[in-house]
Design a protein around this ligand. Structure first.
Ligand code: ARG
Length: 456
C-alpha cells in the first residue's frame, strides 16, 4: 500500500512489532461506515464520480457481510484494518477502490474509527449500568425496612437498612453514567478531513461526513484531530472509577457471604464449588469483579504513559491505545453485568442482619442523642455518659436495650424509661428520617424515585 519508495520487503520483526490487525479488526464496522460516509461526500463535492462512489459503497457492503459471516481473510502482511479493507475493495471493484483514500489519511481514519468505537462502547456501558441500577433499586425497595448494621472501620457503627446500602451503589452508578455521558459529549466531534495532520487541499465537506457519522461537528484543528486521545483517556478514567466502585461492592459480597459473617447468600448461579472441598460455595464472580478493576485501572495508566510527552501530531505510539482499551471496556461490561446478576439473585439473611445490627451497641449514638435532646446535655457530655453505659452493658454482656433502667440511672439519674424508645434498632433506623438518611420510608421513596427515573 505504501511500497512505492521502498526497494526491499520489511524485516519479519518489523511486521511483528508493527502489525495491529489482530486487535484493530474490531474496528471493521466503524471503518466501513466512515469510508462509506467519506466516499459519499467525495461524490457530492465532485471529487470522485457518482459511479465510483456507488461501486465503492457496494464493495464496502460486500466486505462488511464477508467479515460478519467469517468469510473475510484478514492478512497480517496488510498491517491494519484500514489496509485490509482497502486491499479487499481493490480485489472486488478494481481501480475505483484507489480513489477512496483521496483527501484522507490513516491518521484521521483511525482517529475517526476509534472515536466511533469508543462511542458505541460507552453506549453499551451506559445501558449495562442502567440495568445494574434497576436491579439495585428493585432489591432496595424490597428491603427498605431490612435492618442491618452499618459499618465504619468495618466495626458496627449504627443500624441502617439493606435497601439504604444498595441505594448508595445506585448513586455511585449514576455519577459513573454521568462521567461517561460527559466523555461521550466531548468525544463526539469528527476528526475526518484532518487527513495526515494539516487538512487537505481538496474541497471536501467535513460537516457532511461529521453529520453522516452522528458527530456533532468536525474538529476545529487538524493537528489536534489526529493527535488527540483524550477521548480514550476520559473514557478509561470513567471506567476505572466505575470499576473501583464495583470492586467495593464485590468485596462486601465476598465478605458478607462468608459463613463467618452470613449476612448474604448468593445464588448457585453466581457461586462455584471446590474440586476438593464439597461444602464450598465460592463467590468467584464477585472476586473476579474485584480483581478486574486492576486491568481496567491498568489500561488507563498504560495509555497515560503512552501519551505523556508525545509531540504533535500522530505518532505510531498511539496505535497502543487500542488493545488495553478494548480489553478494559470488555472487562467492565462483563463486570457490570455479573454484578447485576448477583444483585438480582442475592438473598440477605434478614434475621442475621437484624441480630447483627443489635450487636455491638449500634444504638449508642441514639442514646447520646436522646440524652442531648431530652436532658439538654451538651453532646460531648452525653457521649461520655453513653460511653459509661456501654461499658456496663459490655461487662454484663447484654445489648443496650436489655440493660436495666436502674443501671443506667446509676450513671445518670435523670434517664427515664422513655429512653427505650430509641434503643431498639428498628426505632433507631426509623428515626434517621433526615433527607438522605436510612429511615425505611426514605429508602422506599428513593427506590421508587429511581425506578421511575429508570422507567421500570
Ligand atoms: N494502525 C494505525 C493505528 O492504529 C493506523 C494509523 C497509521 N498511520 C500511520 N501513519 N502509520 O494507529
Amino acid at each position: 500500500m505504501w511500497g512505492g519508495r521502498f526497494g526491499s520487503e520489511p524485516d519479519p520483526l518489523m511486521q511483528a512489532i508493527n502489525v495491529s490487525i489482530d486487535f484493530d479488526r474490531h474496528l471493521y464496522r466503524q471503518d466501513i461506515a466512515a469510508s462509506k460516509a467519506h466516499a459519499a461526500m467525495l461524490a457530492k463535492t465532485g471529487i470522485i464520480t457518482a459511479q465510483d462512489a456507488k461501486r465503492i459503497a457496494h464493495g464496502l457492503d460486500t466486505i462488511l457481510s464477508e467479515i460478519e459471516t467469517g468469510k473475510f481473510k484478514f492478512k497480517r502482511a496488510l498491517e491494519d484494518i484500514h489496509m485490509n479493507v482497502e486491499s479487499r475493495l481493490g480485489e472486488l471493484i478494481g481501480p475505483a477502490a484507489g480513489r477512496l483514500h483521496t483527501a484522507r489519511s490513516r491518521n484521521d481514519q483511525v482517529a475517526t474509527d476509534f472515536r466511533l468505537w469508543v462511542r458505541d462502547a460507552i453506549d453499551g456501558i451506559d445501558a449495562a449500568l442502567a440495568a445494574y441500577q434497576r436491579a439495585l433499586a428493585q432489591k432496595a425497595l424490597k428491603h427498605a425496612a431490612t435492618v442491618m448494621p452499618g459499618f465504619t472501620h468495618l466495626q458496627t457503627a449504627q443500624p441502617v437498612t439493606f435497601g439504604h446500602h444498595l441505594l448508595a451503589y445506585v448513586e455511585m452508578a449514576a455519577r459513573d453514567r454521568s462521567r461517561f455521558a460527559d466523555a461521550r459529549a466531548r468525544l463526539n466531534e469528527s476528526p475526518l478531513g484532518a487527513a495526515a495532520l494539516a487538512g487537505t487541499s481538496f474541497p471536501i465537506d467535513r460537516s457532511m461526513t461529521a453529520k453522516a457519522l452522528g458527530f456533532a461537528r468536525p474538529m476545529a484543528n487538524s493537528l489536534d484531530a489526529v493527535a488527540d486521545r483524550d477521548f480514550v483517556l476520559e473514557t478509561l478514567a470513567a471506567s476505572a472509577i466505575t470499576a473501583v466502585h464495583l470492586s467495593r461492592f464485590a468485596e462486601e459480597i465476598v465478605l458478607w457471604s462468608s459463613p463467618r459473617v452470613g449476612l448474604l447468600r448468593l445464588s448457585d448461579a453466581f457461586t462455584t464449588g471446590s474440586s476438593i472441598m464439597p461444602q464450598k460455595r465460592n463467590p468467584d464472580a464477585a472476586e473476579l469483579v474485584r480483581a478486574r478493576s486492576g486491568r481496567i485501572v491498568g489500561a488507563l495508566t498504560s495509555l497515560l504513559m503512552v501519551m505523556k510527552g508525545l509531540p504533535l501530531a500522530y505518532q505510531k505510539d498511539m496505535q497502543e491505545d487500542k488493545e488495553g482499551t478494548m480489553d478494559a471496556l470488555g472487562a467492565l461490561a462483563v463486570s457490570i453485568n455479573a454484578m447485576t446478576g448477583m444483585v438480582r439473585d442475592m438473598q440477605p439473611d434478614v434475621a442475621r442482619m437484624q441480630a447483627a445490627a443489635s450487636e455491638g451497641f449500634a444504638t449508642a449514638t441514639d442514646l447520646a442523642d436522646w440524652l442531648t435532646r431530652t436532658l439538654n446535655m451538651p453532646f460531648r457530655e452525653a457521649h461520655r455518659v453513653t460511653g459509661k453505659i456501654v461499658a456496663k452493658a459490655s461487662t454484663a454482656g447484654v445489648a443496650l436495650d436489655k440493660l436495666p433502667l436502674k443501671v443506667m440511672q446509676a450513671i445518670e439519674p435523670r434517664i427515664t424509661k422513655a429512653v427505650f424508645d430509641v434503643l431498639a434498632v428498628d426505632a433507631s433506623v426509623k428515626s434517621r428520617a433526615v433527607y438522605g438518611g436510612a429511615a425505611p420510608k426514605n429508602v422506599r421513596a428513593q427506590a421508587q424515585a429511581w425506578l421511575k427515573k429508570l422507567k421500570v
